[in-house]
Design a protein around this ligand. Sequence first.
Ligand code: BES
Ligand code: MN
Ligand code: MN
Length: 455
Amino acid sequence: MKTKEYISQNKEKFLNELFELLKIESVSADPKFKNEVDKASDFIVAKLKLLGLDNVEKIKTKGHPIVYGEKILNPNYKTILVYGHYDVQPADPYELWDTPPFHPQIKNNKIYARGSSDDKGQMYMHLKAYESLKETVRIDFNIKFLIEGEEECGSDNLENFVLNNKEKLKTDIIVISDTSIINNDTPSITVGLRGLTYLEVELTGPNRDLHSGTYGGAVDNPINVLCKMIASLKDDKGIIQIPNFYDDVKSFSKKEREAISKAPFNLLEFKNKIEINDVFGEEDFSTIERIGIRPTLDVNGIWGGYINEGAKTVLPSKAFAKISMRLVPNQKSKKITKLFINHMKKICPTTSKVQIKEHHGGEPVNVSTDTVAYKAAAAAFRKVWGKEPLPTFDGGSIPIVSLFKSELNVDSILMGFGLDEDAIHSPNESFGLYNFYKGIETISVFYRNLSGNVK
Ligand code: BES
Ligand code: MN
Ligand code: MN
């Protein structure tokens, strides 16, 4: 039987298995879901064993487990390492979901569930691509699966694991399906990911909440202060005002920028889909450039004072904000974090105290298109989608990719099959059935393109 035929005959089986995984509430950020995250890791372990892989392990960490499994058929064969994550973002706000986030359902040819696209659906395609090859051809490459449960909270424990297991993870190629394509008529391969630093700011005024009449007007209000501080971080044109913030930002050549602008992009459609009247960003850059090759500073959440029903006259003691910055080559997450902390301390007025907690970070990456692996991926898209994939710079982050490069010295092929409209991290996340099955086929062709001896 042809591999393609096997995939088409097993569509329902593949989908049922994915549904089982999507029912597990593996939210890594919230300790309340720890058992569920663990259950998802057990699910992956079981499926890797069913694939006939060797040395399948659930590796305990200080956080959530890492799952590993391999099939080394011949040391002379090329080795492909698949990375993916089985953890998901919190499903909040639950009330905005049309169907419950952990009860997967098909509507309009899409799988609706938290994690359907990011990344359970996409990660699982690799297991099914391997199965489809195993059942239909003689496999002549080695494979290693490295599936983690902490991507959505920064991959800290995976970093240590990679540092301590370089020999075990030795590979010729790394492939990751955790990004998106431009649209189903325009396949693409991601060549850029932004880095990240994520911080939490706590501003303290008086030692307790005060009556806003007896004290108001004479005591500075930490929420007002925090808002003012945050507002000063960007000017009217969106330029970040932290000194030295742009020092290491790579400037792209005219030729590189022309290549970026080749991607089809319709501004009106972009605005309409998210119902905004206007976009906003640095004047000298297009919308795709603002997302792909420029850094950002955004408030992700802000709170303090009284926010329940009705009114309470209070001058709050504290104000909080979660702030993230997306980084581009050659900015360094640690350096930007320091610049931010120092700047916030400097601009904090004497009426208040500022404390900043670091969450997670990750470095930006650019991937070369001039590698055997990239060419194999492009050829797989040509064969299965009938089109040459465009290289694209995505705005999101996958923290481990830069470490794979620096520690294992291997570029990752970012071969994702999601769409922007999948609404990852949002209510009603979905993943197209077309993308799921087409992805399995493309991955199987990609693996085969890389088959054979290295030496
Ligand atoms: N899969 C995403 C990253 C992504 C999405 C890349 C779309 C390109 C296109 C990943 O799971 C993710 O959400 N990463 C986080 C970083 C993490 C440290 C929280 C992100 O980008 O916010
Ligand atoms: Mn992801
Ligand atoms: Mn994500």
